[in-house]
Design a binder for this molecule. Structure first.
Ligand SMILES: *Cc1c(COP(=O)(O)O)cnc(C)c1O
Length: 223
């Protein structure tokens, strides 16, 4: 099917310059990523460690790779050399492991904390209490090798606009209220929310980072 270049151009226009588009390329071949790269895209998102590690070396080095999947602690050290931003940090244990592995490389790693906003039980993420707890721990323990750059969330799998708006709004309010809890350094700036089906609503509700796959690359085979 190949990349949807018209969609790409249209979405870029809708975003303006204040929102970052992360092109989600999971399950898609390197040739499709290359084609979107040639059209100017630099931020790409992958969900699976092995897939990211296979693709990244075959593609230009100035691509910014976003890890948007569920990350297991034992895989952290594999992706650190490749990844620019880890979106799905959903436990203190994972954050501590990232901090520990990053300390060995000497380079701080940018992370987003994933918050559970959807109705579905299965989606990963912290609840509000856990989120505040994690932010507090980062400050009191001085984790120098992780930079908490903001929050990430996934809305319910639903076409009910009012439900989606409610969930995005809830995440946005949490983002605003957590700013003061975030560690010093002013890194807490990103709100990663919005996918192919709901990105316009997400922008209206204050998203700074969209993760869009199927609109750019076509539908995926089930994995
Ligand atoms: C797959 C995925 C996306 C992109 O989904 P589309 O509906 O194809 O745009 C965004 N975020 C996460 C976390 C994903 O796993």
């Amino acid at each position: 099917m190949g990349i949807q270049i018209d969609n790409y151009r249209r979405i870029l226009k809708e975003l303006g310059s204040s929102v970052t588009l992360v092109a989600v390329s999971k399950t898609k071949p390197v040739s499709d990523i290359r084609a979107l790269y040639d059209a100017g895209q630099r931020d790409f998102g992958e969900n699976y460690v092995q897939e990211l590690l296979e693709k990244a070396p075959q593609l230009p080095a100035d691509i910014r790779w976003h890890f948007i999947g569920h990350l297991q602690t034992n895989k952290v050290k594999l992706i650190l050399p490749v990844v620019q931003l880890i979106h799905g940090v959903d436990s203190l244990k994972l954050l501590k492991e990232i901090n520990k592995q990053a300390a060995k490389t000497g380079k701080p790693v940018d992370c987003l904390l994933q918050v559970h906003i959807a109705q579905e039980e299965t989606k990963f993420g912290l609840d509000e209490t856990e989120l505040r707890e994690v932010l507090k721990t980062v400050r009191t323990e001085g984790m120098d090798h992780v930079r908490i750059c903001g929050l990430m969330g996934m809305a319910s799998f639903s076409t009910d606009t009012s439900l989606l708006v409610k969930e995005f709004r809830q995440l946005r309010q949490l983002f605003d209220s957590c700013k003061e809890l975030a560690p010093a350094g002013n890194h807490f700036q990103q709100l990663s929310m919005g996918m192919s089906s709901d990105y316009r609503l997400a922008i209206e509700e204050g998203s700074t980072m969209l993760r869009i796959g199927s609109l750019l690359f076509g539908e995926r085979e089930q994995k």
